[in-house]
Design a protein around this ligand. Structure first.
Ligand code: NAG
Ligand code: NAG
Ligand code: NAG
Ligand code: NAG
Ligand code: NAG
Ligand code: NAG
Ligand code: NAG
Ligand code: NAG
Ligand code: NAG
Ligand code: NAG
Ligand code: NAG
Ligand code: NAG
Length: 388
């Protein structure tokens, strides 16, 4: 706490020093290898984006599998030679979409030329019509500082200076990754700002609980989560301000079901934007207490099960439509089929525990995402693995 307060008091100084480049930047590709005290789970991270590059858990036969998508050649995380799918980082300062790259503080609906305190962020998605994951230089593209480390835990910190990507105020963020006994990965994020600013952070991990061993799709992946509503969006996934009742639709996961079948039950453009099959949507959890698992995913083939406890009110689920680009296919990791195979559409799942998408443009949602002096940002999730 004291360290944290000191950092905050010094924010403007630290920011100007960082901007002036007076401190040598840390190595973006330094690998941090962690293992749980009981060796039940292992994970590797790099400082670039505070990114998870590998995550090994045991399958039903007791064999470790790396169940996270990524690049074996870490240089690709920096060069974008194989595109920029946001493989494994923390996304921010404001995750997900911002309509028209525009918001105001205090927030308002339908911003016009006369709206006070309007800010603009880079419109890096959909031909320049909205901001995705904090802009062209989001938290995922920064090199974080390794602030603390043990055999089972690492703390990455990042100072996001005032005005960066158009956001007001300095934001100091710490993310703590801890591998706990019984195959548990805990992520805690704390951010503090010296001016009022929107903050929404999340982990952006692509999961395939089979490591592509038994199948190449999600037919054997099952999901269950209590969410009776999704935030309705337009063809660019920008909210229209309404909520959709999922009852009786392919988006209803209150009863466990196969993700592969659910994806096939959708039609192009129904949920995940123009031409897209499957999902890329923000579900609102029903009565999430933050004390018991609210989201579960498992593979009947590998026997690996993941249960998530989170303090977040919503969840973005993306079923990897569009990850395969025929003119620039992404080779799989050696442990997931190797570089003669590619990451295919609908073969993986991104789950982002977070707040309501673009609530900074929809005050009617009633979700306050403005943080600053007197109001720090907190995010905590635990991913608990077991076998069927
Ligand atoms: C990794 O990727 C970089 C950038 O494309 C390339 O220059 C380098 O040769 C690659 N390294 C290996 C070991 O393939
Ligand atoms: C969209 O943002 C641009 C600046 O990037 C601004 O000129 C325009 O008024 C905004 N449009 C709406 C509808 O908010
Ligand atoms: C914003 O625009 C929408 C659509 O035109 C309208 O329904 C809504 O009432 C407007 N909200 C405000 C606060 O002006
Ligand atoms: C971007 O614009 C091009 C050319 O107008 C169009 O073909 C493409 O569909 C647009 N993409 C998106 C995501 O809107
Ligand atoms: C650094 O990590 C160790 C071990 O996880 C922990 O006991 C200690 O409190 C941490 N120190 C700080 C300053 O966070
Ligand atoms: C691991 O889980 C088992 C079964 O749920 C429990 O009995 C045991 O106490 C747990 N061990 C630790 C270190 O949490
Ligand atoms: C989904 O549809 C594809 C394409 O038709 C098919 O290959 C696949 O087997 C289907 N998956 C499931 C789980 O039905
Ligand atoms: C959602 O739709 C179902 C089926 O039509 C209905 O029973 C339920 O009451 C609706 N829920 C809400 C919150 O409107
Ligand atoms: C949350 O729980 C309350 C009380 O148990 C209930 O009235 C409400 O319908 C629930 N909300 C949702 C979205 O399920
Ligand atoms: C999910 O909903 C079911 C049925 O209402 C309920 O039994 C279960 O406890 C809920 N789970 C959580 C984690 O809220
Ligand atoms: C696919 O990759 C090509 C070559 O890098 C790129 O020009 C194109 O924009 C990509 N298409 C999509 C939809 O991202
Ligand atoms: C592809 O993988 C093989 C190992 O199976 C390795 O020898 C080779 O360097 C890789 N090629 C590239 C372009 O990374």
């Amino acid at each position: 706490m004291l360290v944290h307060q000191a950092v905050l008091l010094c924010l403007p100084l630290i920011a100007s020093a960082a901007v002036a480049g007076r401190w040598a930047p840390p190595d973006p590709l330094e690998v941090v290898e962690l293992a749980a005290p009981d060796a039940s789970v292992k994970a590797n991270f790099i400082a670039r984006g505070a990114t998870l590059t590998n995550f090994w858990v045991k399958d039903k036969n007791g064999n470790f599998r790396d169940i996270i998508l990524g690049f074996d050649n870490h240089t690709n995380y920096v060069t974008d030679d194989l595109g920029h799918p946001y493989f494994g980082p923390i996304v921010g300062r404001y995750a997900n979409r911002i309509k028209n790259g525009t918001f105001s503080v205090p927030v308002s609906a339908n911003i016009t030329a006369s709206t006070p305190n309007v800010y603009h962020t880079p419109e890096n998605e959909n031909n320049g019509t909205d901001t995705l994951h904090g802009g062209t230089d989001g938290f995922d593209r920064r090199t974080w500082t390794i602030a603390n480390k043990s055999e089972s835990s690492v703390t990455f910190s990042l100072l996001d200076p005032d005005g960066m990507q158009g956001f007001p105020g300095n934001v100091y963020t710490e993310v703590v990754y801890t591998l706990e006994p019984n195959s548990t990965w805990k992520i805690s994020i704390h951010a503090a700002a010296d001016q009022e600013t929107p903050i929404m952070l999340s982990g952006h991990h692509y999961w395939n609980l089979e490591a592509y061993e038994e199948t190449q799709d999600l037919s054997g992946h099952y999901a269950q989560f209590n969410a009776s509503r999704i935030i309705a969006g337009n063809a660019q996934l920008i909210p229209d301000g309404t909520l959709l009742n999922v009852s009786g639709t392919p988006a209803d996961f209150r009863q466990a079901k196969s993700l592969g079948e659910a994806i096939n039950a959708t039609v192009a453009g129904e949920y995940c934007g123009a031409g897209c099959v499957g999902f890329d949507n923000c579900w609102v959890y029903d009565n999430n207490t933050g004390t018991t698992p609210i989201f579960s995913l498992w593979s009947v083939n590998s026997g690996i099960r993941m249960d998530v406890i989170t303090d977040q009110p919503a969840l973005q689920v993306y079923t990897c439509d569009g990850i395969y680009n025929a003119s620039l296919p992404i080779p799989r990791k050696e442990a997931q089929g190797g570089n003669s195979t590619f990451y295919e559409n609908h073969s993986c799942l991104v789950i982002e525990q977070e707040s309501w998408i673009d609530a900074i443009n929809y005050p009617d949602f009633g979700i306050d995402q403005i943080y600053g002096p007197g109001r720090d940002y907190h995010w905590q999730s635990s991913y608990i693995f077991s076998t069927l």
